[in-house]
Design a protein around this ligand. Sequence first.
Ligand SMILES: *[C@@H]1O[C@H](CO)[C@@H](O)[C@H](O)[C@H]1NC(C)=O
Ligand SMILES: *[C@@H]1O[C@H](CO)[C@@H](O)[C@H](O)[C@H]1NC(C)=O
Length: 430
Amino acid sequence: MTLQTQSPTTPTSTSTSTSTTFHYLLPTLLFSLLFILFLSSSLSPSPLSLSHDPLLFPSHPNHNHPLLFLSHRSPSSSTPPPSPSLAYLISGSKGDSGRILRLLFAVYHPMNHYLIHLDLGAEDSDRDEMVRVVMGVRVFKAAQNVNVVGKAGLCYEDGASAVSCVLHGASVLLRLSGRWDWFVHLSASHYPLITQDDLLHILSYLPKDVNFVNHTSYIGWRESRRLKPIVVDPGLYLSEINPMFYASQKRELPDAYQLFTGSASGILSRNLLEFCIVGTENFPRTLLMYLSNSLSAQSLYFPTLICNSKQFRRTIINHNLQHAALDDKQEPRPLNSSDIDDLFNTGAAFASPFLPDDPVLDLIDQKILGRDPGKPTPGGWCVGESEDDICSDWGDAEVLRPSPAARKLERSIVKLLSDGAYKSHQCVVE
Ligand SMILES: *[C@@H]1O[C@H](CO)[C@@H](O)[C@H](O)[C@H]1NC(C)=O
Ligand SMILES: *[C@@H]1O[C@H](CO)[C@@H](O)[C@H](O)[C@H]1NC(C)=O
């Protein structure tokens, strides 16, 4: 602004003043540009020009273009398969920051990518604080794999806006990295039951196109009661939190495709997310528009999408690798210390819901993850000397150090896959 309003009465003095102003402005401009990017773009990452710490990715000097690198590697049967990578969307709302950070540390691994979404229920100051805390963690900075959504949306768990938030997160993660293989959406009430080294180790033996999603076509009266009402999700058109709008009419179930209900989250392949977000077939969008007036859209979208698609219906496994316990009304109930034996033995990768700071989380940290408060779960990448902070120094992130607990997950996956048993549970129409 100052530059444009100056009138060039004395050319020489102006040019010097211009150049000094310019020098002065340039860093400010750059700074404010970064600041704007930082605050108001949909992402708040650290500047993209910084490069990753080569200590973490020695065989991927250019971590952003791993495909180039992978094509050079000659596969050899004696070495274990290369470590896959997961993209996590962790979402929460007002008052969830503390739990989200704890969950982030618990599922952290430098190979993965993390996107944190605090929806509009939370304040901007909560998002700023989250960015500040995340940027203060040395390994997050070194691996450059934790991002916070700056321009948040409203996500109603019961409505279609929840699906839109998940697709938004997945689309940002697709753009952030060309490398991850599976997408996992966790809420603030989730917690892992195994280390990431265990999970990545087991997943490295699976084809990259499998999808772990609970699903059923069974629609009883209870389900009908949720599927037939026509609702309008305020998260799709109102800027403030409002109750869901119910129309007085009901509608029939679709006959152009078969509805499947299932779990709100699972482990989804990158292919599937690309199909939803940048694919050329229109079904992902048609279904989304149908669901915009449905309750529980989140537990319908992926099961229905996968089971009605020729390309994906053979890739689904009817288990989301998550543990849940049901109460008398068949609703998931909070897990606590009384469930610890189940949590140890279930062979699942995650469980939910947990209440904030429930003592059972400390037990999981100590007995399963070996994690200290405020620190990431140790893995093969941690090479520090000091006993109580071995992750303060790091080495090659592709080196996984699975624990005996990996066996439990291995057993449950082997059981799911043995004798092609999974085929008889795939998208069965009842
Ligand atoms: C998913 O399905 C499995 C097997 O049918 C079941 O044990 C598990 O509790 C289900 N999980 C959820 C979250 O419904
Ligand atoms: C855990 O939850 C169950 C069921 O909600 C309850 O009966 C039990 O007393 C709880 N245990 C603890 C240690 O809080």
